[in-house]
Design a protein around this ligand. Structure first.
Ligand code: NIG
Ligand code: FE
Length: 389
């Protein structure tokens, strides 16, 4: 048989089924960018090369300008994330810097960050807007995201991220602009619509308005839910068949129950939990009991999670939240694919799936979560094409 690409004699964590779906000493054949052949190596030799589905970072804010290190210092001095936001810092300080930055500047800095994520075996990255908060600047952010190289990019419109200075005291007025101008204008420039449902951001009613606007244009939805308090955001997301509810530290059992069978993925963001020194952990045991799929992402952003290592986030999800290494790997493969609505295309190694693959020098796939500050990735394939190191 002839293939565009044949990877020989590797151990595979297919992530098909309830376990890692391990296939030892197998060959992988690729045709037309898709996995076309999976079979035992005819004359195998011992190998420490493992192939997994390309890792998926399903929640990032990779495009922005500015620097928020002074807020880190302020928090160490006792200020809270909410206090900093209320005095006009936080997200709004990044909005000012991002509005002022050119597309070229934003592209250069975002590409550098993306490259750092990719070297760990990441092949798909979700990138949110949300530091523009007006039509022109949100469009600029999505444009920059579209131009990033080296991975599959999914773009999420997060215009309802914060109330911009020009709408201070008139959040309903801003939601009106989001629903009746920004979403309609940018509907063809994004794969999903997201919002920040929180005391310091948008209410449940306002979030529902954003969801309704997205639905009018047939755009899937996601939600920053229950990060700092329990407004019932994850339940709202589930009732609206959202792809995911993200953060979910304060999510109640009633909301978890609503997520059951909704298809809505709980996206855990341990980087933000760690960096904001939060103590309220997401209800992992309830997610397990109710069969809610859990994904893990970096949430890379300059304020709450300036982290560019998905492997570190897997380790944090285990150490801080109690996930197993198997749950962690599923969280950056199959379940992350589901959180992006891409379950049919990526996230497992199966015939017909896209040949987005990561190669690791490890003893067993549990090693991906059981170390930190270590990068065992030795190769990446995107649509069956070997990527430069
Ligand atoms: O996912 N929670 C809201 N949004 C981001 C933080 C954005 C920022 O602080 O710049 C998050 O944590
Ligand atoms: Fe986020």
């Amino acid at each position: 048989m002839k293939f565009d690409l044949l990877i020989e004699n590797v151990n595979i964590a297919t992530m098909v089924g309830d376990d890692y779906g391990i296939l030892e000493s197998h060959d992988i054949g690729v045709n037309g960018g898709k996995i076309a052949y999976l079979a035992p190596t005819p004359t195998p030799t011992p190998t420490k090369q493992w192939v997994t589905p390309g890792l998926i970072d399903c929640h990032t804010h990779l495009v922005y300008a500015g620097n928020r290190a002074t807020e880190f210092e302020a928090r160490l001095g006792g200020d809270t994330y909410q206090q900093i936001a209320q005095r006009g810092g936080g997200i709004l300080s990044t909005v000012a810097a991002t509005r002022a930055a050119s597309e070229e500047e934003l592209t250069l800095s975002a590409q550098k960050r993306l490259n750092q994520l990719l070297v760990e075996g990441v092949t798909t990255v979700e990138v949110k807007s949300g530091y523009g908060l007006d039509l022109e600047s949100e469009a600029k952010m999505l444009q920059v995201a579209a131009g990033l190289k080296g991975s599959n990019i999914r773009r999420t419109l997060l215009a309802a991220h914060a109330i911009p200075a020009e709408f201070r005291g008139d959040s309903d007025g801003f939601v009106d602009v989001v629903c009746n101008s920004i979403i309609p204008e940018l509907a063809h420039e994004c794969d999903a619509v997201d919002a920040f449902c929180e005391g310091i951001a948008f209410s449940l009613t306002q979030t529902q308005q954003v969801f309704d606007a997205a639905k009018r244009y047939g755009i899937p939805i996601k939600l920053h839910a229950d990060q700092l308090s329990d407004l019932g955001g994850a339940g709202l997301a589930a009732r609206n068949q959202a792809l995911s509810a993200d953060h979910v530290e304060y999510t109640s059992e009633a909301s978890v129950e609503e997520m059951q069978n909704s298809g809505t993925v709980a996206v855990l963001l341990p980087g933000a939990f760690y960096f904001l020194r939060e103590t309220q952990k997401p209800p992992i045991e309830l997610f397990r009991q109710y069969g809610v799929p859990m994904a893990i992402a970096t949430d890379h952003n300059p304020g709450s999670s300036p982290c560019l290592s998905l492997l570190l986030c897997m380790n944090m999800a285990c150490v801080l939240f109690g996930l197993s290494p198997l749950e962690a790997l599923r969280g950056v493969t199959t379940n992350a694919a589901q959180a992006l609505g891409l379950r049919e295309d990526i996230g497992t190694i199966e015939l017909g799936k896209r040949a987005d693959l990561a190669v690791f020098d490890i003893v067993h796939p549990r090693d991906l979560s059981s170390k930190f500050g270590v990068n065992p990735c030795s190769g990446r394939y995107l649509n069956g094409i070997k990527q430069p190191d």
